[in-house]
Design a protein. Structure first.
Length: 84
């Protein structure tokens, strides 16, 4: 997607960000399985909410992170919802 593809009613939503047990964002504080399940749930909820507003999912941009170049993980994703 480019900036010229965006329409006035489009929305872009960020989902993700790992959290510790207190709800604060922390690096790798959440077990991997819980993290993946929560990210999928947040994505589904965002899609349901935007669909109820008449928007459709147009694109997903995953955001990967790494620590000291020892491996990476999906930190979150940008979801672009379009009116058309």
């Amino acid at each position: 997607m480019t900036t010229s593809d965006a329409q006035p009613g489009d929305r872009v939503i960020w989902v993700g960000g790992r959290r510790n047990r207190d709800g604060f964002l922390r690096f790798l504080a959440e077990p991997e399985q819980h993290w993946r399940e929560r990210l999928a749930q947040e994505m589904n909820e965002a899609c349901d909410e935007m669909a109820s507003q008449g928007l459709r999912l147009a694109s997903i941009v995953p955001v990967a992170s790494s620590r000291e170049f020892t491996g990476g993980w999906t930190e979150g994703a940008w979801l672009h919802f379009a009116t058309r």
